[in-house]
Design a protein around this ligand. Structure first.
Ligand SMILES: *Cc1c(COP(=O)(O)O)cnc(C)c1O
Length: 839
């Protein structure tokens, strides 16, 4: 589909669309330059709602609603009005329904669960496979539970005569939060008719009502319990609601807990007796002080929503139309060889464009032209750089995701043991994706969002089309440079993980160890709250913290670049290189405190000094400690380089099989003469990272050709920059020759090339200014993406020599200016020492 053409012809959304375009930048200035595609998470709030709420707060005095004072009475009155108004939005008759304010939809679900759980004999729980995680969790409190794996399953059960032995609760989502499929609302009436009072119904409408009306006017058809996330409708305030059919309210009589606000009288001395409030359901169930201000804000948000969008019917028509275009756009994308780019996980009953069967969500994965999966982590990184806000992963919908992806329970468990967690990068295991990409639209979405997203996917993930003719840069067959062609241009270490690098001065022989260059990433900053190691991805200002190693004075000096200086009293702090145990928090803290690097727990010792902590905390504006990895003196103990034992670096496959974008379809991958980049589980933690000056030059030519900002070598956080010797260049550089290297000899030392280094948007942080750019990630993604992953540079590891008798073996060093000899696979035997080490 030509989405741009579609935009020109756009009449259907008409007025609404035009109105949204007009008010969305006014109502949400932050949308400038950002495409928000995660409405199923939290929708966008309108600026006017905040302003109206703020005016209300400034001009009225609202007291806690527990006294007779006028401020207290005002609060009570307003809250009752909002309750009524919310019910009105769903055409729910206040005679028949009550609304209970809760923190979020999950809290509403838990309130229902508590009532059933407190039933003497327990309860039976049935839930649909498409349920959100929060509904599934209820089963843990049930005596007996059943997961219905299809709509037909539910239909059959409804027709089954007889009821469950225990009081029952059947729960399902009105709309799947995963792919937006809308489930039959008619089930609630039919269950009531067929099962009588034996089975109650719980409808999770959190996803549905953000873009669709819900009509509760027919009390006989309405669910007994309906839960909502109000911030998914209005963006603000953070509030949820539980709407209860009063007739079903009796189940709450079983609830054991009471709290302030839900009880009339409590006797606790000598006797234990209490009288619960009996007036209304919400009085019985709203424990503690109500979120008064949030409820007032809800009133403002509802008014503004109504003024901007009119009604949920209009929102529904608009979003239904937009998502049909999105679906059409994504499914029509083809690679040059005709293969589909998007694997969309459409519901079995869904028709895009039909609001009864499908909401404004598309869940999908991307495929390469060979049918392989594109890593979602890569998609997410690019989306972040290009300012698309979307969601990837398991989406809090385990049943829907597992069935769409064809993951068996054993596979999910096995993936779990293999290290897959919600939100990490292990996103393709055994040839199957472990999660998906979700794009969801809302009331404030416009066609432009859809168009630019489809364009984004086309630009970065469609291969083999004409627009790509300029892309392939990896040399298909590289002759090895003659041995003396290369030298070490620079050596850089990063004493404090994620902070600025420090260049080893020319003429200094620098020690190289199995774990890397000496003093490289010896320290890190850990968050005082979570214990996680800080990184530039979240704290780009770390680039402005500049450590250096002063071997003469035995000090690590840490200096702040000028932009950070005004935040801190001192501009420099020094830390002894020797790891004096007295400087660290006591041993027990040490063993318990796990600094997290890349999600792995690592032991690091925290410095006790308040001055050191204050220095870093002030500079970055986040409470952190400086920590050190196990000390040098322990290098030979079992603690040795604990930060590297986890680097399960895998050697690349010997058989070349790298897919080069743009080379498709005229050559099979095997013929390309490159190799499969094997997964590197801890890509940001290999011993040494080597990059090539020629490759960087090539990359920068391409960036500059597009008018972008050239990248400095330091954004790649390389340890070794290898450059071609000027005199031997004869005008032709050999970019990406390193893709074919297997080993290196630098000076007298030998190294293994472990595999290419996978990149993320962190390379976009300018190391001089800490500003984020689009480059070089955008150009890298277009020119260095293989099997869906973006690579630049090579993971490298020193090969220790056995029988360390020579000085070069006992104290291995390399220096700036050293000659560099690369070896391809079949050249190992050309060097007898290398042959002895690895042959
Ligand atoms: C978001 C969502 C939930 C959880 O809502 P919270 O307000 O975060 O508790 C539950 N079910 C569905 C279908 C959702 O979309």
């Amino acid at each position: 589909m030509d989405t741009r053409g579609a935009r020109m012809k756009e009449h259907e959304c008409g007025e609404y669309h035009q109105a949204v375009e007009e008010f969305r930048l006014r109502e949400h200035p932050m949308l400038r330059g950002t495409t928000y595609l995660d409405h199923a998470g939290t929708t966008l709030y309108a600026k006017s709602a905040i302003e109206r709420f703020s005016a209300d707060m400034l001009s009225n005095l609202y007291g806690n609603p527990h006294s007779a004072s006028s401020s207290s009475q005002l609060t009570t009155r307003r809250i009752e009005d909002v309750r009524l108004r919310l019910l009105g939005m769903f055409k729910a008759d206040p005679e028949e329904f009550d609304v209970i304010f809760v923190a979020n939809a999950t809290a509403g679900i838990k309130l229902v669960m508590e009532a059933f759980r407190d039933n003497g004999d327990g309860f039976w729980y049935g839930y649909h496979m498409d349920s959100h995680t929060s509904l599934i969790g209820v089963r843990e409190s049930a005596k007996d539970s059943r997961c219905f794996t299809s709509d037909q399953d539910v239909e059959d059960w409804i027709k089954e005569p007889g009821a469950e032995a225990l009081p029952g609760l059947f729960a399902y989502p009105a709309q799947s939060n995963m792919n937006g499929r809308r489930l039959p609302l008619a089930w609630t009436r039919r269950i009531r008719t067929s099962k009588g009072r034996a089975v109650y119904t719980l409808l999770d409408a959190a996803a549905l009502v953000s873009t669709s009306p819900l009509d509760l006017s027919d009390v006989d058809a309405a669910p007994d319990f309906t839960v909502l996330s109000l911030y998914k409708m209005f963006g603000f305030p953070d509030l949820g609601a539980l709407i209860v059919r009063k007739e079903a309210g009796t189940v709450f009589g079983r609830r054991r807990y009471f709290g302030g606000g839900t009880v009339e009288m409590v006797v606790c001395v000598q006797e234990q007796w209490h009288a619960k409030k009996s007036d209304s359901l919400h009085e019985k169930l709203e424990d503690g002080t109500l979120p008064i201000h949030s409820i007032m804000a809800l009133d403002a948000a509802m008014s503004v929503h109504e003024e901007l969008y009119g009604s949920l019917e209009r929102v529904s028509r608009h979003t239904t139309l937009l998502v049909a275009k999105l679906y059409e756009g994504l499914t029509s994308l083809r690679h040059g060889n005709g293969e589909a780019v998007c694997q969309v996980y459409k519901g079995s009953t869904s028709t895009y464009g039909d609001a009864n069967s499908q909401g404004p969500i598309v869940a999908f994965n991307l495929r390469n032209p060979l049918g392989g999966w594109v890593s979602n982590a890569e998609v997410e990184k690019l989306a972040a750089v290009k300012s698309f806000q979307l969601r990837t992963g398991g989406l809090c919908n385990p049943g829907g995701v597992a069935s769409s992806l064809g993951l068996a329970p054993w596979e999910m468990r096995d993936n779990f043991s293999a290290g897959q967690r919600c939100g990490n990068e292990n996103d393709t295991i055994r040839g199957k994706p472990t999660g998906m990409i979700r794009v969801s639209l809302g009331a404030m979405s416009v066609l432009e969002d859809v168009v630019s997203f489809v364009d984004f996917v086309r630009e970065f993930f469609v291969q083999g089309s004409k627009s790509e003719a300029v892309l392939p840069v990896a040399a298909l067959r590289v002759e090895p440079p003659t041995p003396s062609n290369l030298h070490v241009e620079s050596l850089t270490i990063y004493p404090v993980k994620s902070c600025a690098g420090w260049s080893v001065p020319r003429g200094v022989a620098w020690e190289v160890r199995r774990e890397g260059l000496a003093w490289d990433r010896e320290w890190c900053l850990v968050h005082q709250g979570t214990g996680a190691a800080l990184s530039q991805k979240r704290y780009p200002k770390m680039a402005l913290i500049r450590p250096s190693i002063d071997l003469e004075a035995g000090l690590l000096r840490v200096e702040l670049a000028p932009p950070l200086r005004r935040l801190v009293d001192e501009h420099e702090v020094t830390i002894p290189l020797s790891a004096d145990p007295r400087m660290f928090s006591d041993v027990s803290t040490y063993t318990d405190s796990h600094a997290k690097v890349c999600g792995d727990a690592i032991r690091a010792k925290k410095y006790k000094s308040d001055k050191i902590a204050a220095f870093f905390s002030q500079a970055l504006g986040v409470a952190c400690h400086l920590a050190r990895f196990p000390a040098l003196s322990n290098r030979n103990s079992s603690e040795t380089s604990s930060r590297h034992t986890k680097a399960h670096l895998q050697k690349p496959e010997k058989e070349p099989n790298m897919h080069i974008p743009g080379a498709f379809p005229d050559s099979t991958p095997q013929a390309l003469g490159a190799r499969v980049p094997m997964p590197i589980l801890l890509s940001n933690e290999s011993p040494i990272l080597t990059i090539s000056r020629s490759s960087l030059n090539r990359l920068n030519e391409l960036i500059k050709a597009e008018g972008g900002k050239a990248a400095q070598a330091d954004v790649f956080r390389a340890n070794i920059v290898v450059a071609e010797n000027l005199e031997s260049l004869s005008g032709v550089e050999q970019p990406y020759a390193e893709d074919h290297w297997r080993h290196l000899k630098i000076g007298e030392q030998y190294f293994d090339i472990l595999g290419p280094c996978r990149r993320c948007q962190m390379v976009c942080v300018d190391q001089q200014t800490a500003e984020r750019n689009q480059e070089p990630f955008v150009t890298l993604s277009k020119t260095r993406r293989f099997d869906g992953r973006v690579y630049f540079g090579e993971h490298t590891c020193h090969i220790a020599m056995d029988g360390a008798v020579s000085p070069a073996a006992q104290y291995p060093t390399i220096a700036v200016g050293d000659a560099v000899h690369p070896f391809l696979d079949d050249e190992v035997e050309h060097d007898s020492r290398l042959w002895a080490l690895v042959g």
